[in-house]
Write a protein that binds this ligand. Sequence first.
Ligand code: HEC
Ligand code: HEC
Ligand code: HEC
Ligand code: HEC
Length: 183
Amino acid sequence: MDIPTTLKNIGAGASENRATIALTFLSVALTAAFLYLFYVRPAASLGPEQPIPFSHRVHAGDKAIACQFCHSYVGRSAFPGIPPVEKCLYCHNYIIAGHPEIQKEHQYFNTNTPTPWAKVTYLPEHVFFKHIRHIKKDVACAECHGAVERADRLDRRVFLMGFCIDCHQRRQAPIGCWLSCHN
Ligand code: HEC
Ligand code: HEC
Ligand code: HEC
Ligand code: HEC
């Protein structure tokens, strides 16, 4: 057999199998997309594991506890604050007091150790951000933090400049920029 005939034969075989080949490629691609969406992506955006698996869905969602009940300083000072364990025990001395995760709270309280919550939001260091001005202008928590009240474990969130500027343009907030925002 000469080479051109061989190539022709292979070509003919390939065109018969075209549907099979296409299907194989398609299913490989779909599997890869599935794996990416369900494993890689959430793992990359899910925030760090916390010392106590505190759930915003349970507290801010189901039980409808106001954000500012726990993050009391958000409208008043530069730092919203993560609630101290006393605040948890204010309820949990009575609610599910025997729960093992609540026992951990007692341990932190009794040993005077601040709960080592891991930080979830990230702002590049040279950016200057304060909550107060935003809260006073009624910018909702969710506009920046998303649907926190639907999350058991918060997503890691990195705030980039485009995000700030987009909204500042929409809301006609200062963009005389970033003189006001950069240190
Ligand atoms: C205003 C009251 C209140 C405060 C404050 C509060 N909780 Fe809760 N917490 C609840 C209620 C209500 C439940 C639901 C109990 C149930 O399932 O019966 C709950 C459930 C829980 C659970 C059980 C696990 C789960 O997800 O169902 C954990 C753990 C927990 N809270 C941790 C905390 C921590 C940590 C803090 C402090 C940062 C805190 N809570 C502050 C009311 C409160
Ligand atoms: C019962 C108390 C409680 C309530 C109510 C609550 N939070 Fe929290 N919040 C916490 C605790 C404890 C942490 C630290 C653990 C964590 O990140 O899950 C936290 C962490 C956060 C963080 C991440 C902080 C960081 O960068 O590490 C954001 C953002 C936040 N809360 C927003 C909200 C918003 C918005 C609401 C209302 C929809 C809300 N919280 C209601 C207790 C509360
Ligand atoms: C305009 C956008 C914006 C709004 C609105 C906003 N936040 Fe934030 N929030 C941020 C940014 C940006 C950070 C990260 C700041 C940092 O890391 O220094 C942050 C951080 C936080 C933290 C973590 C602070 C810490 O000390 O680690 C909490 C808690 C929080 N926000 C709660 C809230 C609550 C509750 C509301 C609504 C009452 C709210 N935020 C509204 C942008 C916003
Ligand atoms: C969802 C809308 C929104 C987002 C997102 C947002 N801002 Fe703002 N910001 C506002 C509004 C509205 C004002 C105007 C407040 C006023 O007029 O007092 C403001 C005001 C400010 C001010 C005060 C300006 C001054 O001259 O004092 C600073 C600083 C600022 N924002 C920084 C930031 C940074 C940094 C980010 C990103 C991490 C950000 N903002 C994200 C809406 C937003």
